[in-house]
Design a protein. Structure first.
Lengths: 316, 249
């Protein structure tokens, strides 16, 4: 790696602006990967966690392994960003969590100056038998809205494993966002996919979360919370397939539409193949609930403040 | 005595059907005033009219608070003047902690109300177990009702409208609810206590019976309670009781 100290500093500042603590990025005890555009600025292992990174013509290829049985004390910090106004970044990643291991990942994606930036995240995630992985991804975008974000994840969870993900894009303009997550959930395994996005201006949001409940007594939750304001268009597809005895899946979607030009839609797709599986869904789309707003107004908040409290709450 | 709240000839119709009519009621400063009435007689509608909720603008009459007519004032405007409401079925909020909810309540209180910890203790919820909880579906109905009451306490309001604070509350917790009502009164607030339980109304200074959208009579809570038991429990509520009942009941 070359001398990227200035770029590291700039990325750290963007990371901090996006809610991250930059101290973690230079703490040698904490595993992490930092990618600025197509350059790896930091790639650090920690006990039980191994990160291999390779620069490619379009971005970075990364393989992150958590040893079987390892209980990783500190969260693994990932930071991906593009600082210039234009550029494409493709991250092809593989996460392998060994049998019985437990780990948390905190990923920050920062595009503070984006006018025409394309960020592609193509992840393969494998959670081993009785292992657990929590993955939180927070985005920090500038206000220009010139970002195209395409996160794709194919997740496999083995027997008794647990995978929880939270995707948050509530700062800055979302731009064009197309999330596509698919989880293959094994016997007694659990998967929770949670996406929270605040769309503004001309943002276009599409969230697709699919649960394939293939193992006996597998559990899955596909949850989404979207706020569409201004001219934003939002579509959520929550899918669950019950393919095994005792499998339980739930699709839970709330979309708040603010303003007369915003649009939101929700498409739940439930397919029961094994008659001993059970799938449910709930969706609420529309303006902010009147009773919630009036309750807060009865505590002295203005209508605008009340709406803001409700919106911030669901995106938290 | 100066009236804190004065409702004058209030009428409210929905889709041509009168819900409230010729309703006159006043609440004195510092008093606990119970409104007794059976289901469907207009109790929650009355609460909504006083709080100014959307869809509950009176079609006739006026609402006066501390000598100022507030019939057309917004909900926030009324809250800033010291009126608040605890809903019979309170709203739930994703992502909002109990501490935040109770702190929002202090927003409307000019002097800052009691602390969230004090408010929770008064309604019998240990702060260490509840302050970080979220005001969402993870709270039981009874817990949510008590949090609602705690948020009213935190405002130090001048007038608290409590819409059936006892519904969905177990018998053991009822005393906590009454403690909270007494604390409000002790702090100088008036309380409009809406209920269909005589036992709750008995804790008031005065009571009024509400029947078919209008106040039938106002007076000593025990006397009103007897009247309610004798004439309202079995009343079909197609019409108000006869003049004879009103005169001698």
């Amino acid at each position: 790696m070359g001398d990227y100290s200035k770029e590291f500093l700039a990325m750290s500042e963007a990371y901090e602006a996006g809610g991250g603590d930059p101290a973690y990025l230079s703490d040698g005890r904490i595993a992490g990967l930092m990618v600025s555009h197509r350059k790896i600025l930091r790639c650090n292992d920690a006990p039980g966690v191994h990160i291999e990174g390779e620069e490619t013509p379009t971005g970075v290829k990364a393989r992150i392994t958590v040893d079987p049985g390892a209980h990783v004390e500190n969260p693994v910090h990932l930071c991906f960003g593009v600082l210039p106004k234009e550029g494409t970044q493709e991250i092809v990643s593989e996460f392998l969590v060994g049998e019985g291991a437990k780990a948390r990942f905190l990923a920050h994606c920062v595009f503070p100056n984006a006018v025409k930036v394309r960020h592609v995240m193509d992840a393969r995630i494998h959670v081993g038998k009785h292992a657990g992985l929590e993955y939180t991804e927070t985005h920090y975008h500038g206000e220009e809205g010139g970002v195209e974000v395409l996160p794709t994840a194919r997740i496999t969870i083995d027997e008794g494993g647990t995978y929880r993900s939270l995707f948050k894009l509530v700062q800055g303009a979302a731009g064009e966002l197309r999330i596509d997550y698919e989880a293959d959930i094994g016997k007694d395994a659990t998967c929770e996919l949670d996406a929270r996005v605040y769309g503004k201006r001309n943002d276009a949001i599409r969230v697709k979360e699919s649960l394939f409940l293939n193992g006996e007594k597998s559990r899955g939750l596909a949850k989404s919370r979207i706020v569409a304001s201004d001219h934003c268009v939002s579509e959520v597809v929550g899918e669950a397939v019950g393919n095994a005895p005792g499998a339980r899946g739930h699709v839970d979607c709330v979309e708040i539409v603010k303003g007369k030009d915003a649009r939101a839609s929700a498409v739940p797709r439930l397919l029961v193949i094994d008659d001993r599986a059970k799938l449910t869904h709930e969706a609420a789309i529309g303006s902010v609930d009147k009773k919630q707003v009036e309750t807060l107004m009865a505590r002295g908040l203005t209508e605008e403040e009340s709406v803001d409290v409700v919106v911030r709450g669901i995106l938290r | 005595m100066i009236r804190l709240l004065n409702l004058v000839d209030i009428g409210l119709a929905a889709e041509g059907k009168p819900i409230l009519h010729d309703l006159n009621l006043h609440v004195l400063p510092g008093e606990i005033h119970a409104i007794l009435g059976v289901n469907g007689c207009g109790k929650s509608t009355l609460a909504s009219v006083i709080m100014g909720l959307s869809g509950f603008s009176p079609t006739s009459g006026k609402v006066v608070f501390q000598g100022e007519e507030i019939t057309d004032l917004s909900i926030s405007g009324r809250a800033k003047r010291g009126i608040t409401l605890a809903w019979q079925e309170p709203a739930r909020f994703e992502g909002l902690t109990v501490r935040e909810y109770l702190t929002l309540g202090r927003h409307g209180s000019p002097g800052g109300g009691p602390s969230p910890e004090e408010c929770l203790l008064t309604v019998g919820l240990p702060p260490e177990r509840y302050l970080q909880r979220t005001v969402d579906a993870t709270l039981s109905g009874g817990e949510r009702k008590r949090v609602e009451l705690a948020s009213v306490l935190s405002m130090s309001p001048r007038l608290s409208i409590l819409d059936e604070p006892d519904s969905g509350i177990d018998a053991l917790s009822l005393n906590r609810i009454l403690d909270a009502v007494r604390m409000l009164a002790k702090n100088g607030a008036s309380v409009l206590l809406i209920t269909h339980q005589n036992e709750i109304a008995a804790s008031a200074d005065r009571a009024s019976s509400l029947c078919d959208g209008t106040i039938l009579r106002t007076g000593d809570p025990l006397a009103i309670g007897r009247f309610f038991e004798n004439h309202c429990r079995e009343c079909p509520h197609g019409s108000t009781p006869s003049g004879e009942v009103l005169l001698h009941g």
